[in-house]
Design a protein around this ligand. Structure first.
Ligand code: PML
Length: 277
């Protein structure tokens, strides 16, 4: 989580992963997390609990807060993906953008359609589904809810650099950086070809497609307001060992140490480099 209470990390300070998951009637409502030094555990735990209790998807009947010491030597540092926003004026444009971007990243047409069917099915995806980037076959062996990327944080300077360029409104600033952090961790694993995400928040209609090559491309109008379906799909090269990837996504602690930049609004043709004008 890009928290209110952050810090720079040095080798001598004990670091903790703090994770919040909230649900109602067994259904996931919200989740957020971060990696913080021990002096900030109380403040950050409180702000995570406040988020759980004030979520637009409802008041949870169960909140789990996990605080776990992290071995600083095991933290992997990565830069965030650069952010772009694609010019999109309608849901139809958004579909075209999703398919063109995924195709450009190396995802087959069949796989792209399977992913959108998974996200838009009535079976909620609280985590991410792993899908073969060519065939569209689902590869994760978890229950239907998918894999939850965890144990990630952001250093102060990288967060400040993001905030200096962010113009997403008070409420959405955290949402965007948290999504960028998740997408950056996912894209950093060799053999992850791309990701597509549609928010499961009924009033949030911006999603994204991301990959190491494309960066993090925000797509407005990805769904209509009021639609509570959403989720993430990671497109995987068939040679990737799914167990190793799952272990990396869930358990390897990752810190974003550099912000990749905010590159404003771009036409689809600029993003996929096919502007022949
Ligand atoms: C979510 O947190 O609901 C997923 C949001 C993904 C898009 C965030 C953005 O870039 O606006």
């Amino acid at each position: 989580m890009a928290g209110t209470f952050t810090q720079d990390h040095d080798a001598a300070t004990a670091l903790y992963s703090i994770r919040m998951r909230a649900s109602l009637n067994g259904l996931h409502i919200s989740g957020a997390e971060g990696i913080y030094n021990e002096t900030l555990i109380l403040n950050n735990s409180q702000s995570l609990l406040q988020r759980a209790l004030n979520h637009s998807r409802g008041t949870p009947d169960s909140i789990t807060l996990t605080i776990e010491r992290i071995d600083a030597m095991k933290i992997r540092k990565i830069p965030s993906l650069p952010i772009y926003t694609c010019t999109v004026n309608s849901e139809k444009d958004a579909r075209t953008a999703i398919h063109s971007l995924l195709n450009h990243a190396g995802v087959g047409t069949k796989a792209a359609f399977s992913a959108l069917n998974l996200i838009e099915s009535d079976m909620p995806l609280s985590g991410a589904a792993l899908v073969d980037a060519l065939t569209g076959k689902r590869l994760d062996t978890e229950a239907h809810g998918g894999i939850r990327v965890s144990r990630l944080g952001i250093e102060d300077t990288a967060l400040e650099n993001f905030q200096e360029t962010a113009s997403y409104g008070v409420h959405n600033t955290y949402r965007v950086i948290e999504a960028v952090m998740l997408a950056s961790k996912t894209a950093s694993y060799p053999g992850v070809i791309a990701e597509v995400c549609i928010s499961d928040n009924p009033e949030y209609t911006t999603g994204y497609v991301s990959s190491q090559g494309l960066g993090y491309v925000r797509i407005p109008h990805i769904k209509h307001e009021g639609d509570a379906r959403g989720g993430r799909v990671y497109f995987i090269d068939s040679r990737v060992d799914v167990n190793s990837l799952t272990k990396y996504l869930q358990h390897t602690p990752v810190m974003i140490d550099k912000f990749g930049g905010n590159n404003g609004i771009k036409d689809l043709s600029e993003l996929i480099g096919t502007d022949n004008s």
